[in-house]
Design a protein around this ligand. Structure first.
Ligand SMILES: Nc1ncnc2c1ncn2[C@@H]1O[C@H](COP(=O)(O)OP(=O)(O)OP(=O)(O)O)[C@@H](O)[C@H]1O
Ligand SMILES: [Mg+2]
Length: 179
């Protein structure tokens, strides 16, 4: 069973993936480490650029017979049994990325991506089985429990649960600052 955990930077993918892997007794895999190990990630500053077609091919080969939780904002390009897309109110994304010291432009790009559902849209283009989870105002355990109950209930698709359009006024200053 392959479960991928995706979402905008800072939404809590790594936190959830590790908790989920531990609870399910699955292996935890980070896309970044996997890509570096397989030589399909190219350094671009402090980030790496990953060839997603190669990622999908190599990961399916590697994890086909294994139980894994795969963590990363590109993990939805890997064929999976279930894709979990974590969502977080764009204002909260902005706060988290600010705390991390993201430069304004990069911060704005990611806040905007969360605002317009970029990762969700990509995930549903790639996979039928997509579970969208709103983490806003929820602690890690609460997010974990919500994911576990969806999995236990056998729910394979739940999308369209958030609408960030009301947050536009709140995020506009970040978007302007990033121009
Ligand atoms: N449910 C949550 N409630 C509050 N804080 C959280 C929650 N999940 C994660 N965090 C905190 O938010 C920050 C980002 O979390 P995390 O590293 O898991 O995000 P990520 O999606 O993996 O980010 P990246 O895309 O950069 O890898 C961390 O400081 C983490 O402790
Ligand atoms: Mg992470």
């Amino acid at each position: 069973m392959i479960i991928t955990v995706t979402g905008t930077p800072g939404v809590g993918k790594t936190t959830l993936s590790k908790l989920l892997a531990e609870r399910l007794g699955y292996e935890y895999v980070s896309v970044r480490d996997f890509a570096l190990e397989k030589g399909i990630g190219e350094s671009a500053g402090d980030e790496i650029e990953i060839d997603v077609d190669e990622l999908a091919r190599l990961a399916s080969e590697e994890f086909r017979e294994r139980n894994v939780v795969i963590d990363g904002h590109l993990s939805h390009f890997i064929p999976a049994d279930i894709v979990i897309v974590l969502r977080l109110h764009p204002g909260a994304v902005a706060e988290r990325l600010k705390v991390r010291g993201y430069p304004p432009k990069k911060l704005a790009e990611n806040v905007e991506a969360e605002f317009v559902d970029v990762i969700l849209v990509e995930a549903v283009e790639e996979n039928e089985n997509v579970l969208e989870v709103d983490t806003t105002g929820k602690g890690p355990e609460e997010v974990l429990n919500e994911v576990l109950s969806l999995l236990q209930a056998g729910i394979k698709r739940r999308v369209g649960i958030v609408d960030w359009s009301d947050s536009y006024g709140e995020i506009l200053p970040y978007l302007m600052e990033g121009r």
